[in-house]
Design a protein around this ligand. Structure first.
Ligand code: NA7
Length: 556
């Protein structure tokens, strides 16, 4: 029996995959979405851990393209909690009747480009196989969970969790809980569960700079005001750097007096949001060491004021650069004032191993635990791609390609040379921003590029034999050799990589170890993974590529 054929296969049913499906259906293509998860949501399907929330303001953590929905869909607080985001995505899927194109519990295992027929041959974990002219991956930036290699992990007899793959229910009441990791996720979990557990121990490798989120209920007046300004809000977001809904500062921190600096930091602290603190206060916190130290000093002082036990405060106080993904919280440092919450500095006292009953420390201390939570993050960005066999021309895998180019390289964060008709949403070297606006930008670019490729394919076909090649039901063998092929040039991929490197050259993010530069997983190379030029500049580049007739791609 012939295997099913689709014009496009979309991998992932999160923010990216849902919108890509909608766009391509609108263009008249046949589209199939597969997802390893049991339902829609992507990141928001898996990350159900306590305290999980978006740290972008609710009004811009959503799609911008449905004005009616923007105005009418309810949200009640400044930040969306995980169930809110999930419910929103489910709502969009239902509103546009998209579910019938989706197949869940289906993981992409291999996608192999068949040069002779210009189709992708796709194999899934379910045994299903498909062919598709285009493959669009919406795998997310952060989906491959990172488990630390701590000896004895398999011996633990209590409950073991990873925040990136959280079950639907849990009960920590009266339990002794240990948590490894205090990034965005760990900070959220600790803040959420401290009050309900008998004992909580944070096993902390690196202390973090975190600022208040400023969460709370929104008034009707606030919502009305947002609703009345949505056009200008999106215009501003799309042309900004980090797409968080504020104007990034253009004022260097050291150009103002110490009092003015303090006032600005205090104002940002009062209003809340990590990205606001890092990018709205001053223009150079992420590139100038002196400016950065001023921000560090401010947060350190706050930690000292909040945390009453001097020993806990000392352990919680960071001394490296404020140059990781900015965090915000709903009272993280405050939790350590609870008598049931403790902190262990792993740099001072490393974990010796995990035992049946808990965690054994190098100094001989043993923490007996009922629950052990790993909030240890993800093999970020390209980790999602290298675990799947995606094979382009000559059977070369993405992993092989990236071994050759020296890192996860792309053209525009979307395409890779040697992988025709393959597109990535939030692929390596895309913008570092609030994610939904970048996703929209990329989805729209991919949809427009596919539309152009289809047009060229049809025109060529027509010229050659008068047979249109856009019949979505056609088997691949019916695809003409003139079938649309869109493929990035290696030189364009090299140039884009260079651009990303140059832009990030001065970034202090380079000098700290975190997933943003791929430095959180042992054995991984410290490498540029993002375009730090901002969303506005990125959109301009994409516009120029389209207007120039797809410069950087092989001629259509
Ligand atoms: P992150 O930000 O990568 O944080 C992971 C945390 O786990 C961080 O505190 C790490 O310490 C810690 N970690 C990782 N490996 C170990 C080992 N081996 N031992 C001890 N501690 C370890 O992941 P998140 O899930 O918090 O957030 C990822 C993104 O998701 C976030 O930025 C948002 O965009 C959403 P480290 O700081 O590396 O010393």
């Amino acid at each position: 029996m012939a295997q099913p054929h689709f014009d496009a296969l979309v991998v992932g049913a999160g923010f990216g995959g849902i919108y890509q499906l909608h766009k391509l259906l609108q263009q008249g293509l046949s589209v199939k979405v597969i997802d390893a998860a049991g339902d829609v949501g992507g990141t928001w399907y898996w990350n159900r851990y306590p305290g999980a929330m978006s740290d972008t303001e609710s009004y811009i953590y959503r799609y911008s393209w449905d004005k009616d929905d923007l105005i009418n869909y309810p949200w009640k607080e400044h930040y969306l909690k995980q169930p809110d985001v999930l419910a929103y995505l489910e709502h969009v899927v239902d509103r546009y009747d998209l579910r019938k194109h989706m197949q869940f519990n289906t993981e992409l295992q291999q996608a192999q480009y068949d040069e002779a027929n210009n189709v992708w041959l796709v194999q899934c974990s379910t045994g299903d196989t498909f062919t598709a002219r285009y493959v669009v991956t919406g795998l997310g930036l952060l989906s491959k969970t990172n488990y630390p290699n701590i000896p004895g992990i398999e011996k633990f007899q209590g409950e073991l969790y990873h925040t990136g793959n959280w079950p639907r229910t849990h009960d920590f009441k009266d339990k002794r809980v240990g948590i490894v990791g205090n990034g965005s996720t760990g900070v959220q979990v600790i803040t959420a569960i401290a009050k309900e557990v008998r004992q909580l121990v944070s096993f902390q490798r690196t202390p973090q700079y975190s600022v208040p989120s400023g969460d709370g209920p929104v008034s009707k007046e606030y919502r009305d005001s947002i609703n009345s300004r949505y056009d200008e809000i999106w215009e501003q977001v799309r042309n900004s750097v980090v797409a968080f809904g504020f104007e990034e500062s253009k004022i260097p921190a050291m150009s103002v007096s110490a009092e003015e600096r303090e006032e600005k930091f205090q104002e940002a602290w009062r209003r809340g949001n990590g990205f606001r603190f890092m990018f709205w206060t001053f223009s150079d916190l992420t590139v100038d060491e002196e400016a950065n130290e001023e921000a560090c000093r401010f947060v350190r002082k706050k930690i000292g004021q909040i945390v009453q036990d001097p020993e806990k405060a000392r352990k919680l106080t960071p001394h490296d650069f404020y140059a990781r993904r900015p965090l915000c919280d709903a009272g993280y440092y405050e939790q350590f004032n609870r008598p049931n919450v403790d902190i262990v500095s792993l740099k001072e006292n490393p974990i010796k191993g995990i035992t049946e009953n808990g965690v054994a420390m190098s100094d001989g201390t043993q923490y007996d635990l009922d629950v052990l939570i790993f909030a240890t993050g993800f093999d970020a960005v390209d980790g999602n791609y290298t675990r799947i066999a995606i094979k382009g021309r000559n059977g070369q895998s993405l992993k092989d390609h990236w071994d050759k180019t020296g890192g996860p390289t792309t053209y525009l964060g979307v395409c890779v040379s040697g992988f025709p008709n393959l597109f990535m949403i939030t692929g390596p070297n895309g913008p570092f921003t609030n994610i939904p606006p970048t996703i929209e930008t990329q989805v729209e670019f991919i949809a427009a590029t596919i539309a152009t490729a289809e047009e060229h394919g049809r025109a060529k076909n027509h010229a050659s034999n008068g047979v249109a090649n856009s019949n979505s039901a056609a088997a691949p063998s019916n695809s003409s050799a003139f079938g649309p092929v869109i493929e990035a040039l290696q030189s364009a991929e090299d140039n884009w990589t260079q651009v990303c490197k140059e832009i990030s050259h001065n970034s202090l993010f380079r000098k700290t170890d975190s997933w943003v530069f791929g430095a959180n997983v042992p054995g991984r190379k410290h490498t540029v993974l993002f375009y730090f030029g901002g969303l506005g500049a990125y959109r301009k580049v994409l516009r120029e590529v389209v207007d120039s007739g797809y410069q950087g791609f092989k001629p259509l």
